[in-house]
Design a protein around this ligand. Structure first.
Ligand code: 5GP
Length: 194
């Protein structure tokens, strides 16, 4: 998606450890007009899917998912919570996710009240790196006996393994920008042709 690639070129900063900082428009300050365009694009790519719920994970996925819902008939947005203790409230689906950026393992939960067998779920997240976050979200949906209709990712880091793992499961994965690395000669970010 050209406007997202242009924005990453303009404002993205690659940090040591393969971390791409995009705080200016995605992870700290949020560009709502851009999120709106992203929602429009995912609605086009998933037009044939009977999506009735969006699932994301706190924190950065929430803002994106909320705007994206506007393009899917205002379907409810549920965000998986990173549980700080095992003292969990009520009946929940639970999994563990290892954070790429913080190198910590979190218990992640979703209440059984908000996802169930009747749901056709679109999973939305900001980044795809090694795929741990997505695999955790997929497990939660499967535990709930709901249907995964697809996954929308803003920025996939194509030089890490997550994209391959998820695509090999046969799930429709739509990443709006895929960063393949840095062009050594020019020092600019290289994107995969889509
Ligand atoms: P994964 O579980 O696929 O390894 O990592 C996905 C999660 O880690 C995303 O939800 C995102 O929060 C974070 N993440 C992974 N790589 C990056 C990155 O390069 N930049 C930023 N800002 N977040 C990242």
């Amino acid at each position: 998606m050209k406007i997202l690639e242009d924005r990453i070129r303009q404002d993205g900063v690659l940090k040591p450890g393969n971390v791409l900082k995009v705080d200016n428009f995605l992870n700290h300050q949020m560009d709502i007009a851009l999120f709106d365009e992203m929602g429009k694009e995912w609605a086009r790519r998933f037009a044939d899917k009977p999506i009735n719920k969006i699932l994301t994970i706190e924190a950065s996925g929430i803002g994106i998912a909320a705007i994206v819902s506007r393009h899917f008939g205002n379907v409810p947005v549920v965000f998986a919570k990173k549980a700080k203790s095992i003292n969990l409230e009520g009946d929940v689906y639970k999994t563990k996710i290892e954070s790429f950026t913080h190198k910590k393992v979190y218990d992640v939960i979703v209440s059984k009240k908000y996802i169930g067998p009747e749901d056709h779920v679109l999973i939305i997240d900001d980044f795809l790196a090694n795929g741990c976050a997505l695999q955790g979200l997929i497990e939660l949906v499967q535990e709930a006996n709901a249907t995964i209709e697809g996954i929308g990712i803003a920025i996939e880091k194509g030089f890490q393994q997550g994209g391959e793992i998820i695509r090999s499961k046969g799930i429709q994965l739509e990443s709006l920008a895929i960063v393949d690395g840095i062009d050594d000669a020019s020092g600019t970010i290289k994107f995969r042709e889509q």
